[in-house]
Design a protein around this ligand. Structure first.
Ligand SMILES: *Cc1c(COP(=O)(O)O)cnc(C)c1O
Length: 214
């Protein structure tokens, strides 16, 4: 079933858009089922689960951390992360940079932009993102690869379109403003309930959990 779900999604997803399989509520056996079907990028949102699964599963899996990351959990997450998609504060970015410098590594990140109507959702505001990029040279051990966002959790497609439209517009604005920052080119939007709407905004990546794993 996981393999069938994956196949249907891949058939529908334009080939230039990457698929992150969000395995956060799922077992290692289920992840291996998707792996056997060819999936290599997986997303996890809890540091403990992330570290455990990354240590136990095949080394060619590309692990994306997509949840809220507390600075006291960096050591658990960063050694295994191919990218942290959920940087939601300048403080966290500074701490990731410190870790990277100490480890002699450059850490790939996306900045999580607050686009949903709900108060509870994490994320940076437009001007905070702008500020971080103006000061990008103060984070030498971090590679800021783009933006991630989660739309309002609603059945109303127009609300979701407005959210995705805002992040797409800010992404384009920043790319124009910082053409020298060539690594800034990823836009991660779209989850199981709204990825077809996200496709209208040309993301580079979608993150699907339920649609793959049920
Ligand atoms: C859980 C989660 C997803 C996937 O959600 P589904 O609705 O299961 O597709 C995507 N992105 C983030 C940041 C998540 O936390």
């Amino acid at each position: 079933m996981i393999a069938d779900n994956l196949q249907r999604i891949i058939n529908e997803l334009p080939s230039e858009i990457s698929l992150v399989a969000v395995s956060k509520y799922h077992t290692e056996a289920e992840i291996l089922e998707a792996y056997s079907a060819g999936q290599r990028a997986f997303g996890e949102s809890r540091p403990q689960d992330f570290a455990r699964k990354a240590a136990a599963l095949p080394p060619d899996i590309e692990w994306h951390f997509i949840g809220h990351l507390q600075t006291n959990k960096l050591k658990m997450v960063l050694p295994h992360a191919s990218i942290v998609e959920s940087v939601d504060s300048a403080h966290l970015l500074r701490e990731i940079d410190k870790w990277g410098r100490a480890a002699g590594r450059t850490v790939n990140v996306l900045l999580e932009m607050h686009i949903a109507a709900e108060e509870t959702k994490q994320g940076l505001h437009e001007e905070e993102i702008l500020d971080i990029l103006f000061n990008a040279s103060s984070y030498p051990a971090v590679r800021i690869c783009g933006l991630m966002g989660m739309a309002t959790n609603t059945d109303d497609a127009e609300t979701v379109r407005a959210d995705f439209g805002r992040i797409r517009a800010h992404f384009d604005y920043l790319r124009d403003l910082f053409p020298e920052y060539t690594e800034f080119r990823q836009l991660s939007i779209g989850m199981s309930s709204d990825w077809r709407i996200a496709l209208e905004f040309s993301p580079t990546e979608v993150r699907l959990g339920t649609a793959i794993f049920g």
